[in-house]
Every structure is written in structure tokens, then in C-alpha cells.
Design a protein. Structure first.
Length: 561
């Protein structure tokens, strides 16, 4: 018997030692400020079978840009895989990379339960001076209350601009405003007749066709709804699946690492969560209800809280005023690893690394506490006690984004009874200060960070569900010319597209050329004590540009004739 047990243990140890796994990724997990055209590297502990590396086994999804078209290459004896997106991601969005268990080693070992990781793309510097650029009616002429809640800013017609898909509780439909280079006017209406007060929504690609699809929760029913996009801004008829009663929150994740995006819902009235497994064609299993220690499960989000490459769940209990972290074993089975008190009535939660330590943190909109709470993660699944930030009255929604372009995440809450939005600047290490209050018309219902006008800076779109309007807050650029001593010189200036830049310092210059609209058009690195021939890219119109060294914060006006 002892010999048998020893043999079994040695066999298990040998199997573990031979397991095919990911060693490291670049950009690293939860990185901030990743270039929008960055390539992605994954290092494995064994050579990869090239035949297993393809678009069906590896995917990338930008929160707003959607499905990325990818190319792949292998190097270093097939242990280093490079993933190259064929188009740029959007500025300031969260990008999720998924490597499924279809990827295998040359010896046939599968990547058990797959591997996922995410990062945030860079933005240009913004002022955090927000201008209300106007309000847009979501109602049709003569229409009464439709109660619009929850705008999704994904590029649903794949033209490279952020569209707005707005789900409406009372009218039971979704209205899609396609972006016309940052402007919105007419909408298309998509009926949601099978749900009951559709509300919370999230986007992903459920059927693997490369287009953005949506999952929608129904607050007064026991259903989650799936609608499939066709890449033109149109969606298929609604298909519903039974969850628990009162679906207040939805999130998407790959539950078992097979490359298909699955769904989890938080069901306030039922007091549980439900998970749905996708077969890869947007056909979902019967919902599996899971109990948690909470009461009134309302908020839910997926994130890799313990950094093992498998997506976990964080849930907020509206009645118990707590958050829990449920750890995924890689197969869609969950166990409790953390339970912490938060503010009264957590209505919505979001995630991101707010203090720059590489671990996922959680921010909650605590409706009855009139507060935002911040919980720091430690990379093992544990959450800190709450740090309270006063908000307006009855915050319902929350979002994170780098509004000022300083490489950390700022936070905004939407305050229903306050009729406004509360915006805090992250001044570093997860310390939030400089509260700004932005006005809605009647109710602050939802606010999202996205680069609406394609200038490289985060803007904010707010939703008012009583006035039924979208509110466009534009992030104004910093004054790009300052009085800092110049670390470089340029001649001739004005010029016709070819310039000599002289670096007269011991520092390496990181020069950015910014057009009259504040958009980054070109970037060059210049070694110390060097003269450099700067050839302006073709297609730039004549005008007044800014040439800025990001390493020294000095800048000058460059006239292109």
C-alpha cells in the first residue's frame, strides 16, 4: 500500500512538473499606459505547437474597440509567442487577452483551463477641465419616459469610432447611436420584447464571428438577454435565458478557459448569482444558480483577483453591505476567498489597478451611503477594508478611467437623487482628491469614460434616465505650451515638413508631435547630444503644431507650412 501511494504521489508530481503553462506576459497583468499599437508577448514553459496557434484559440477584446484582428509568430524555440493586433486599440480602454485550452505544446499537452490577462491602453494628457458640450434626446418625438440606463460605448459598426448603445427600462428596447466622427444624431431602435425592464448590459463576442454582441439583465424578471451584432450596428432578435429573479448585474468571462465567453448574473431578489456556459455559438447552458454569503446580490464583475490566469468573480450584496471574491478553479467552479464590509447598498462595482501595484482593486457605488468605496486587492484574492469618498446623493453607477493622462485611474459615480456626477482625480497610489461635481438634468444614472471624439483623451458620456438624455462632457486639453526651459531646438521653424531637432542635453528625448486638435500624430526618441532629422509624416495639413518632450515636459510651437 505504501509503495502504491508513493508511486501515485510521484506520478502526480511528475504530471504537474510536465504541465504546459504560461510563464510570463508582456504587457504585464493590469499594466497602465500600454501603447494602442503595442504587440503582446507570451512566454511558455514548453515549445508551442504552431498548429494550435490561430484566431480560434487566441483572442483579444477591447472594451470599446471590440474584437481585434490578430497575427501570430513564434520564436525562441517556439516558447515565445508574439501577438500583433492589425488595428490600433482605442485610447484609454481595458483590453482582455484570452488564450484558450486549445493551445498545446509540441508534446501534445494542453494549456489546462486556458489563460487570460488584461491591460489598459495609454491616453494623451488631459486637463480634467470638463465642458458640457450638449445633451441629446434618447426619446422619439412626443414619446414619454423610456428610462434610459446604461450606455455601452463599443464600436458596433466597426468604423473605428465609439458608438453608444443605450438600453431603456420602461420602453423595453435598445437605441443605437452610431458615431459620425464623434457626433451623434439619429438612432436605430432594437426591441427587447421578452425581457422585463432591461437595464445592466455588457459587450463581448459570444459566437466568434468577430462582431460585438451584448448581454442584458432584466431587473424585474428572471432573465438575461442575448442579442448578436452583425458589425453594421444592427442586432439579431433577443434570446433569453432563465436566471434568478431580479437580474441587476451582468458580467462576461471565460469560465472554463475554452475560448468562449460565458455570462454571470447577480440576482437581487433571488439572493444568488447564476452562471451560463457558452458552447461557442452563443447557445448557452441552463443557468446554474450559486449561493453566496451575501444578501441581495446586485453588483458583479469578473477579474483575475489571484493572478492565476483564470477569471474570478466579485459580487456586491445590496442588503448585506458587503463584497465577496469568489475564486475560479479554472473549470467554472467557485470558492469563497474574501468577504469584506463596504458602504451601504452597493449598487454597482468596477475594477482596475488604482494604486499601481499591479493588482486588481475594486471600486463600488454605495447608494445608501452616498459614497464611493475603494478596496485594494493584494493579488491573492483578498480585499482591503473600504476607503470612503463622499459622492452625491444615491450613487447608482461607477466607472474608472485615466482622464488626465497621468497613468492612473480616476473615478466617477452617477448620483440618481443628487442629479449629478461625482468625479475624483487619482493623484497617485490610489489617493483620490479634487472632487468635481458635474450636473445632469434630473438624475445622474450612468457615466462612462471613453474617447468619444478620437483625440486621444478620455471624455465622459453621462446618462439621465428621468430626462432621457445623453450628456457629453468633453475633456479639454492642457495648455500645451509652457514656460519650462527647452531641452531641444528645431530649425527651420516654420518649415515644409523636414526639420532638424537638436538634443542639447544628456537626456533622451521622447518627442510627441500634437496636431491643432490635440491629437498625437507622431512620436520619436532622440538620443542625448544628438542632431536628428525629423521627417513629418505624409498627410498632415499645414498649421500650428506642438512638439513636446514628455521626459522634460518642455514644448514648443512648430509651424508646418
Amino acid at each position: 500500500m505504501r509503495t502504491f501511494i508513493l508511486t501515485l504521489v510521484l506520478s502526480m508530481m511528475s504530471s504537474l512538473l510536465l504541465a504546459f503553462s504560461v510563464v510570463s506576459v508582456l504587457p504585464s497583468q493590469n499594466s497602465m499606459g500600454v501603447a494602442i499599437d503595442a504587440s503582446i508577448s507570451v512566454t511558455f514553459d514548453q515549445p508551442v505547437d504552431p498548429e494550435s496557434v490561430h484566431s480560434s484559440s487566441i483572442h483579444a477584446f477591447g472594451r470599446w474597440s471590440g474584437v481585434a484582428d490578430l497575427s501570430f509568430s513564434l520564436a525562441e524555440n517556439n516558447t515565445l509567442m508574439t501577438i500583433v493586433p492589425q488595428d490600433d486599440f482605442f485610447y484609454g480602454e481595458y483590453v482582455m487577452i484570452g488564450i484558450s485550452d486549445g493551445v498545446s505544446s509540441e508534446t501534445g499537452d494542453e494549456l489546462s483551463h486556458g489563460y487570460g490577462f488584461g491591460f489598459w491602453t495609454a491616453v494623451l494628457t488631459g486637463s480634467m477641465e470638463l465642458s458640457d458640450m450638449g445633451h441629446l434626446e434618447v426619446r422619439e418625438p412626443g414619446e414619454g419616459l423610456i428610462q434610459c440606463y446604461g450606455a455601452y460605448a463599443g464600436d458596433v459598426n466597426e468604423d473605428g469610432w465609439s458608438d453608444l448603445s443605450v438600453v431603456n427600462e420602461t420602453s423595453g428596447d435598445m437605441r443605437v447611436f452610431l458615431s459620425d466622427e464623434g457626433l451623434y444624431s439619429e438612432f436605430s431602435l432594437h426591441s427587447l420584447p421578452m425581457g422585463n425592464k432591461p437595464s445592466a448590459n455588457e459587450g463581448t463576442d459570444f459566437n466568434g464571428d468577430g462582431h460585438i454582441d451584448l448581454v442584458i439583465g432584466n431587473t424585474q424578471g428572471n432573465m438575461m438577454s442575448i442579442i448578436l451584432g452583425d458589425g453594421t450596428g444592427q442586432f439579431s432578435p433577443e434570446v433569453t435565458y432563465q436566471a434568478g429573479q431580479g437580474v441587476r448585474g451582468v458580467t462576461v468571462l471565460d469560465l472554463e478557459g475554452d475560448g468562449d465567453m460565458d455570462v454571470a448574473t447577480a440576482n437581487r431578489q433571488a439572493g444568488n448569482i447564476t452562471v451560463f456556459f457558452n458552447d461557442g455559438t452563443a447557445n448557452f447552458s441552463e443557468g446554474v444558480n450559486l449561493s453566496t454569503p451575501l444578501s441581495g446580490e446586485t453588483a458583479i464583475i469578473s477579474a483575475d483577483m489571484n493572478e492565476d490566469g483564470w477569471m474570478d468573480l466579485v459580487i456586491g450584496g445590496y442588503l448585506s453591505d458587503e463584497l465577496v471574491v469568489l475564486q475560479n478553479d479554472g473549470s467554472g467552479n467557485f470558492s469563497l476567498v474574501s468577504q469584506v464590509s463596504t458602504g451601504d447598498g452597493p449598487w454597482m462595482i468596477t475594477m482596475g489597478d488604482v494604486n499601481g501595484d499591479g493588482h486588481v482593486d475594486i471600486a463600488a457605488a454605495c447608494s445608501s451611503a452616498n459614497a464611493i468605496t475603494i478596496h485594494l486587492g493584494d493579488g491573492t484574492g483578498q480585499l482591503s477594508s473600504a476607503d470612503f469618498l463622499p459622492s452625491g446623493n444615491f450613487p447608482l453607477a461607477i466607472d474608472l478611467g485615466d482622464l488626465d493622462g497621468d497613468g492612473d485611474l480616476d473615478v466617477i459615480s452617477s448620483n440618481y437623487n443628487g442629479g449629478n456626477f461625482s468625479l475624483y482625480e487619482n493623484v497617485g497610489s490610489g489617493t483620490f482628491e479634487n472632487l468635481q461635481t458635474l450636473d445632469s438634468e434630473i438624475a445622474g444614472s450612468c457615466a462612462i469614460f471613453h474617447d468619444r471624439n478620437h483625440d486621444g483623451r478620455m471624455d465622459i458620456t453621462g446618462v439621465d434616465e428621468l430626462a432621457d438624455v445623453l450628456i457629453f462632457f468633453e475633456n479639454l486639453p492642457l495648455s500645451v505650451l509652457d514656460s519650462s526651459p527647452l531641452s531641444f531646438s528645431v530649425f527651420p521653424n516654420p518649415g515644409h515638413g523636414e526639420f532638424t531637432v537638436k538634443n542639447g542635453s544628456e537626456m533622451v528625448l521622447n518627442l510627441q508631435l500634437i496636431d491643432p486638435m490635440g491629437r498625437l500624430t507622431q512620436e520619436e526618441k532622440i538620443p542625448s547630444w544628438t542632431s536628428f532629422h525629423l521627417a513629418i509624416k505624409e498627410g498632415l495639413v499645414p498649421g500650428s503644431y506642438v512638439l513636446r518632450d514628455t521626459n522634460s515636459s518642455s514644448s514648443l510651437q512648430l509651424i508646418i507650412e
